[in-house]
Design a protein around this ligand. Structure first.
Ligand SMILES: Cc1cc2nc3c(=O)[nH]c(=O)nc-3n(C[C@H](O)[C@H](O)[C@H](O)COP(=O)(O)OP(=O)(O)OC[C@H]3O[C@@H](n4cnc5c(N)ncnc54)[C@H](O)[C@@H]3O)c2cc1C
Length: 392
């Protein structure tokens, strides 16, 4: 961090304080709960792009800012996390990257201005019931028919699918090619005939992701992003793009730890404040050490990334440490709450208005989304430590 970035941080903090949408905080990455929240999120998205806080790395002709560095993006992510306010909608951020790097001029001009304005929300149509960790085994088909492709199949876990205007879709166009080579990427109009979106009700009680079904959905051939068979390369390039969120997870964990210590001062064990118990002090001390270790690791990873020396397993180490620690802190808080810990949001006697229960119920999602903990451990073992490959 430099003086310039410190000034920028103060500017971003003031901007968030003035303009942040009036949406109640919920743990994790969540969808709008109703039309009013959705409209507020759209407005907020437009403001973040307009201020150059999101999308600064886009080409200048689409509003990118040459005066902004990855350091600025890191500051923005940290400040959004500190204020517990949503950032750029994830499906659109990902789709925009695919269009910028692999799309045609026509595709870029049609979609990027509307994504910037917050008008178009996108969803990521990758995972399927039988293809998550092993994404390349996806079975949704796109069959060429004259000037069109006809799509049949199913996706699942589609975050924001029920709000999205477009989907960034991976489908198999060549069933005879090796599995990584037969996949293509498409722009899918979510209102096209044959697309059905079914929200899933989750453990947290809200619906943030969906099942999406395709029944003979026709898309024009020019809705393909890149070339036939290039889908796997495009998907990996877009997923690997963003590293600037990692500082935000440390901010989030530090806030969670402060809240946990505050909780331990307020609840009692055996008639004494919990914070006076050796077990509670040991546990919070251990959490604190692990948060600081993650902070150091994150700093090292970011430095390597900025200098072009990132290693395959760097992101996996950070992701594994964050998601497991986040789950453990939330579990411990719920446990400290005793009987009140088992009540949920909306119950007057719930611990801190149900905030910890929501954190705890959502925390499992972070250990799955973006690569499960087992997959992260395999990557660290095989790529980082050079251990023999796991049996597949
Ligand atoms: C909150 C949330 C939001 C998401 N949003 C989206 C979205 O918008 N769009 C989208 O396309 N996807 C989305 N996903 C899907 C996500 O990418 C997948 O859940 C993830 O890739 C894991 O795939 P899976 O759920 O099919 O589990 P599986 O791959 O079936 O894994 C099941 C279990 O087996 C383990 N396992 C699998 N393979 C191995 C192996 N080789 N070695 C050891 N263990 C293994 C896993 O760790 C896991 O415990 C989201 C997921 C979550 C949780």
């Amino acid at each position: 961090m430099t003086d310039t970035l410190d000034d920028f941080r103060a500017e971003v903090r003031a901007f968030i304080a003035e303009h942040a949408p009036d949406i109640p905080y919920r743990a994790g990455v969540r969808s709008a709960d109703n039309e009013t929240e959705f409209a507020a999120l759209q407005r907020w998205t437009g403001q973040l792009y307009e201020a150059g806080y999101v999308g600064a790395d886009w080409p200048a002709e689409f509003g990118g800012r040459e005066d902004r560095t990855p350091g600025h993006a890191i500051v923005v992510a940290e400040e959004l996390a500190r204020a517990q306010v949503p950032g750029g909608q994830s499906g659109s951020v990902l789709a925009a990257r695919a269009l910028i790097d692999f799309g045609t001029d026509e595709q870029r001009h049609r979609h990027l201005p509307k994504i910037r304005a917050g008008e178009e929300f996108w969803c990521q149509l990758f995972s399927e019931p039988g293809a998550g960790s092993d994404l390349a085994s996806l079975r949704t088909r796109a069959v060429r028919d004259g000037d069109n492709y006809v799509i049949d199949g199913q996706k699942v876990w589609t975050t924001d699918g029920h709000w999205a205007r477009y989907g960034y879709l991976l489908a198999r166009t060549d069933p005879d090619a090796p599995k990584h080579k037969g996949i293509s990427a498409f722009i899918l109009d979510m209102s096209a005939p044959g697309v059905s979106v079914r929200p899933l009700r989750e453990l947290t009680g809200t619906s943030d992701f969906n099942e999406v079904f395709f029944d003979a959905v026709t898309v024009p051939a020019d809705a393909m992003i890149g070339a036939p068979g290039q889908g796997w390369v495009i998907a990996n390039a877009t997923l690997a793009h963003e590293r600037t969120n990692v500082g935000a997870v440390v901010v989030k964990l530090r806030a969670a730890l402060d809240a946990l210590i505050d909780l331990a001062r307020r609840v009692e064990i055996g008639g004494r404040p919990a914070i006076e118990s050796d077990r509670v002090r040991d546990r919070t001390g251990e959490f604190s050490a692990r948060v600081e270790a993650l902070s150091a690791l994150t700093g090292a990873n970011l430095t390597r990334w900025l200098r072009g020396g990132e290693r395959m397993h760097d992101a996996a180490m950070g992701k594994l440490m964050f998601s497991e620690l986040n789950l453990e802190i939330a579990s411990f808080a719920v446990e400290l709450g005793g009987e009140a810990g088992v009540l949920v949001e909306g119950d007057a006697a719930a611990l801190d208005d149900g905030r910890w229960q929501d954190e705890w119920l959502y925390a499992r999602a972070f250990t799955i989304a973006g690569g499960s903990s087992e997959i992260m451990r395999n990557m660290i073992a095989e790529r980082g430590l050079g251990l023999p490959r796991d049996r597949r």
